[in-house]
Design a protein around this ligand. Sequence first.
Ligand code: NAD
Ligand code: TYD
Length: 341
Amino acid sequence: MTVIVTGGAGFIGSNFIFYMLGKYPGYRIVCLDKLTYAGNLSTLAPVMGDERFRFVKADICSREDVDRLFAEEKPDIVVNFAAESHVDRSIEDPGVFLNTNIIGTQTLMDACRKHGIKRYHQVSTDEVYGDLPLDRPDLFFTEETPLHTSSPYSASKAAADLLVLAYHRTYGLPVTISRCSNNYGPYHFPEKLIPLVIANALNDKPLPVYGKGENVRDWLYVEDHCRAIDLVIHNGREGEVYNIGGHNEMRNIDIVRMICKELGKPESLITYVTDRKGHDLRYAIDPTKIHRELGWLPGTRFADGIKKTVKWYLDNREWWETIISGEYMDYYEKMYGNNEI
Ligand code: NAD
Ligand code: TYD
C-alpha cells in the first residue's frame, strides 16, 4: 500500500506520518509538501532515513509536479492535509488560501482521476459549519449542518469540500471527507493559540487573548485525529463526510489559565487584545456518526493531553525557538504589536 500524504511537514500531517509508519510496517508513505512557513523538514527528521518513507518538496497546485509524483509512485491512497490553515493570516491575505486550499485540491483530484486510486481523503475542518451561539449548549455540528462559513480560511475549506463531493458524484472518484475540531499536541506551529501561549509563557511574554476570551473551541489531541483518519480511509464509506471531535469544549481564557498553572507562570501575563474580525463564537462537534459506523472514540482526555503537550514543548525547545526566531518575528510584530486593549 502506498499512501501520499500532502502537507506532511506541518502539524497534523507529520503526526499522521509517524502514526502510519508506526502502525503499518508494510506501508510506503510519500510526503508531498511545499515547505511554506508552516512546514518544517526538521519535524520529519526521525523518519527521513526510513526506507518506507520518501519526502518530495512540491506545490499541490503544480500539475506537472503532482502528475510526475503520481506516475512514479502509483499511490493507492491520497490524504490531503496541505493547506493554508491560519484564520488570522486568511483575514490579512485571502488569495493564497483560495489557491492552495481550492485549486490545490482540484489538482490532486485530477491526478487521482488520471492515475486511478483506491481513496482520496480530504482533511477538512469543523469551521466549514460556521459557529454556534454561546447560549445554546444543546446545539452541535452534525454532518447535515449547513455549510455557513465566516473567514476566508473556512470559506476556502468549504469550497474544497464541495468540489470533493462534486468529483465523487460527477466522476465517481472514491472520496471521503473528515471535519475535525481544533487539534493540539506536538509540532503545533506557535502561531496557533495553545503553542503560542506555551512559548510566550516560557519566555515570560504577554499572552494575547482576543476579545474577552469567551469564545469556545472543541479541542482534540492530535493522535486521536490521526487514528480517526486511519479508520475513515480504510473503513469509511465512499462519498461520506465524517465529523471528528471529542466533546471537549473550552473557553479560550480557561485554556490560557490552565497553561499558566501547568507552567507555574502568573496569570498577570494574560493580555486582552483586539478581537479577531468575524470571530466565530463556538465550535462543537457531534461525533455520533464516526462512533457508530467506525467505532471511533477519543483516547486522550484534555487534562492529560495538555500535560503531554506542555512537556513536549519543554523538551523540544529548539524546534519552536528556531521557528520563532525567523520570519515569524515579523508576522508577530505585525499581528500583535501595539494591539493591547
Ligand atoms: P499546518 O499549517 O501546520 O501545515 C500545513 C502544511 O501544508 C505545511 O507543511 C505546509 O508547508 C503545507 N502546504 C501549504 N501549502 C502547500 C502547497 N500549496 N503545496 C504543498 N504543501 C503545502 O496545518 P495543520 O494544522 O497541520 O492542518 C492540516 C490540515 O488539517 C489542514 O487542511 C487544516 O485545514 C486541517 N485541520 C486543522 C485543524 C487544526 O486544529 N490545526 C483542525 C481541523 C482541520
Ligand atoms: P486558533 O488556534 O487560531 O484556531 P482557530 O481560529 O482555527 O479556532 O485560535 C483558537 C482560539 O483562540 C480562537 O478563538 C482565537 C483565539 N486566539 C487568541 O485568543 N489569541 C491568540 O493569540 C490566538 C492565535 C488565538
